[in-house]
Write a protein that binds this ligand. Structure first.
Ligand SMILES: [Mn+2]
Length: 212
């Protein structure tokens, strides 16, 4: 068995295809934020279908669901992407409804943004799974959530400004942040769970500036 967990794809289907071809995993898991910002969300949906990928829901995925439900009438970009997906990839938006806020890959918990410091997903608020970077309130002087983390091994994404994060415990990888900013011109990074190693492919180009 080989399991590849991949950081924020953000519509970068070419890079995802290259990474998946290079590793040929039996199980593909994405940490969320898969469709928005980048050039080819439809291509990403095809790869998810072909590989029967598991996806945990990210804040940008949730945003598409909210836009589709009429809860973001001012969000032209989300509405535009919803319209495109409904036209070119029917099934893409309804599938998001089935994506959980967290999952497992081997010995790791997988979530998009963060977990409660205990590592207990049932104590983790939905907004923490989806968007939190700093515990407890995302204030600029709060510590990063993983500085306080005491739970089981975890893989997350969502923080391209931090880039690749790795903390070990007892000589084993323990906290892994995989968002290396592919859509901003960085890299797309995955973690091969059974081999305990990272694999990256460079971005073809930058599609938007990294948010501040
Ligand atoms: Mn995110």
């Amino acid at each position: 068995m080989s399991t590849l967990v991949v950081g924020d794809v953000h519509g970068c289907a070419e890079e995802l295809a290259e990474l998946v071809e290079r590793v040929s995993p039996e199980r593909l898991v994405l940490v969320g934020d898969v469709y928005t910002k980048g050039p080819d969300p439809v291509g990403v949906f095809r790869i998810i279908q072909e590989r029967r990928a598991a996806v945990v829901r990210g804040n940008h995925d949730q945003r598409l669901l909210d836009a589709r439900a009429g809860e973001r009438p001012e969000d032209d970009r989300a509405l535009g992407l919803c319209a495109r997906l409904e036209r070119e990839a029917p099934g893409a938006l309804p599938a998001i409804e089935d994506w959980p806020l967290w999952s497992r890959a081997g010995r790791y918990l997988v979530t998009h943004a963060a977990l409660h410091p205990s590592g207990d997903p049932s104590k983790t608020a939905p907004g923490t799974h989806l968007t939190l970077r700093r515990w407890p309130s995302d204030r600029p002087d709060d510590p990063f959530w993983y500085e306080l983390y005491e739970g089981p091994p975890v893989i997350f994404g969502h923080d391209a400004r931090r880039g690749f994060v790795r903390r070990d415990r007892e000589g084993q990888p323990w906290i892994l942040g995989l968002d290396t900013g592919c859509v901003y011109g960085g890299q797309l990074t995955g973690w091969i769970v059974e081999e305990e190693r990272a694999v990256s492919v460079p971005a073809r180009r930058a599609w938007c500036p990294i948010p501040g």
